[in-house]
Design a protein around this ligand. Structure first.
Ligand code: ZN
Length: 232
């Protein structure tokens, strides 16, 4: 399988392409274009969050610890927090991702398990789609921006899965043969029913939330509108 450097180099190249597409084709400002590029580059590292050891994983959780709070800023701005409260929440989010989530991952994931799969790629895209809420204006432009960023992270993720598949082909003596990892990256399910079931449950849950959030003023309002009928 491909090593960390190959993955990051490939997804960075994809990221530059995504950023250029955003800047020149969609005419986004440099901030949105660069965010799309960065998310694409990071997407290429995400599947290896499940490997238990090594600097790459620590690095990834460090990055995730920074990026998750940053993506949450727009959402949090709606709550009229003081700058100090915002800092405490962002700092807390960093610690939770960097240490708690990292530890949890170590315990529950198997390397090259469901993290290297097509549904996991969709989950990454949906997570970005839900986390980033660019502005209060509702309409096609906002939706397009969110889709752009979500596509970015999925393109990066996909580049990783494809690379892992390519590296599963041994070119021994010019005759391509498949090693034991062949077909294990671009998969739809794993041998573990629990892991597969959980992955699809998360995918369906996030998909539902994304569906609710489209065309509504804010996710929070949508949520309230959704649960209110049940309260009566
Ligand atoms: Zn991998």
């Amino acid at each position: 399988m491909a090593d960390f450097k190959t993955h990051i180099a490939t997804s960075t190249v994809c990221g530059i392409a995504v950023g250029a597409l955003g800047y020149f084709h969609f005419q986004y400002d440099w901030g949105t274009a660069a965010l799309g590029a960065g998310l694409t580059a990071i997407g290429g590292m995400l599947p290896d969050l499940d490997s238990d050891s090594g600097i790459p994983v620590r690095e990834l959780f460090g990055l995730a610890g920074v990026f998750v709070p940053l993506l949450l800023i727009h959402r949090l701005q709606g709550y009229q927090l003081t700058p100090e409260q915002l800092l405490v929440i962002l700092g807390g989010a960093y610690l939770v991702v960097r240490y708690c989530v990292a530890e949890l991952f170590k315990r529950i994931t198997v390397h090259r398990g469901m993290y290297h799969s097509v549904p996991a790629m969709l989950i990454a895209g949906l997570a970005v789609f839900l986390m980033h809420k660019p502005d209060q204006v509702i309409g096609g432009a906002e939706l397009q921006k969110r889709l752009f960023l979500a596509m970015g992270v999925m393109i990066g993720f996909l580049s990783h899965l494809i690379l892992d598949e390519i590296y599963a082909v041994d070119l021994m003596g010019g005759v391509p043969t498949l090693n034991q990892f062949a077909g294990s990256a671009l998969k739809l399910k794993s041998d573990s029913y629990l892991a597969t079931g959980m992955t699809y449950a998360i995918l369906i849950g996030l998909g539902y939330l994304a569906w609710l959030s489209v065309g509504s003023p804010t996710f929070e309002q949508t949520y309230v509108q959704t649960i209110t009928p049940f309260k009566k």
